[in-house]
Design a protein around this ligand. Sequence first.
Ligand SMILES: *Cc1c(COP(=O)(O)O)cnc(C)c1O
Length: 360
Amino acid sequence: MERAYNFSAGPAVLPMEVLEATAQASLNFNGLGMSIMEMSHRSKEYDVVIKEAQADALKIMNLSADEYEVLFLGGGASTQFLMIPYNFLKTQADYLHTGVWAGKAIKEAEKIGKVNVIASSKDTTFNYIPKDFVITPDADYVHITTNNTIYGTEFRKDLEVGNVPFFADMSSDMFAVQRDFSKYDLIYAGAQKNIGPAGVTLVVIKKSLMERQRKVENMFTMLDYNTHLNNESMFNTPPCLPIYVVGQTFKWILKNGLDAIEANNIKKAAVLYDFMDASNGYYAPTVKNHEDRSLMNVCFNLATPELEAKFIADAKAAYNMTNLKGHRSVGGVRASIYNAAPIEWVETLVKFMEKFQKEN
Ligand SMILES: *Cc1c(COP(=O)(O)O)cnc(C)c1O
């Protein structure tokens, strides 16, 4: 099969072997004569699928099952924007405002309690990662967005937050880089950026965090993390097929090694950024600070919106490169190069960019 050069920000490229396994499981799962979509989520065969996915996630993160629990929830990362303050915002919480998604998380938290926006890069259309901020020592938690999908910035280093519980939306760089995951008390990621299809959200919770849960009368059952923790992520029917795909992706990550995946991501991003930095401003990355540049979403501008439109159209015509258009809120060009995008894609893109620059 001819694969398109798919630079989509999400849903996005997945490893071919994951797609192949999913195609097979969609028809006949493990020779059972039925599709994974047709099975009971309570069957012993499906139980293996979800348990392995949970165990593999912890293995990739080097976390122990004694300390952490892995949930697969519906509702997207956007529902976590609400569940987090609903469960943990008692007095005040610190948020870093580094982009559209961070802003949406803040908006939900403000409906529940006091939010301190301790840093923001809004003044410069979020084109850098703030470094000067002070975490409120008695905050209920501090919340960051590790990779800002729309603006192409990324916290490459794990923050030091002291004793304050540390929460992160890792939707768009989950398992793209190595992190000290043990620094985090709650991690969540919509699967559709880097680890699977839309429809499931990975939530990793440090069990001891639940001691800090906000006490609410008549708490909504589905919004209470304890509901999902007490039922091994099976209180209601989980997104069975997406969990299977995510589980296959985790196996692919374990086989390759997160260190090798990260090294490859660094190499891929460097090919693109280095080329643009040497283009005499013809291609202008929107993020100037090298250490803040996302490995996943490479955003850049050409001289005019018209030239950008031509660039995107020509890339499609020449190579069937798709989804290069920047987010509708910012325009420009964005090449998303998640784990499963091979380095050849980036090299071909750069080859096209060289030619386009000469001719335009
Ligand atoms: C896409 C994205 C979201 C939204 O995810 P949904 O699963 O669509 O709710 C949240 N945060 C980040 C960083 C994203 O990239």
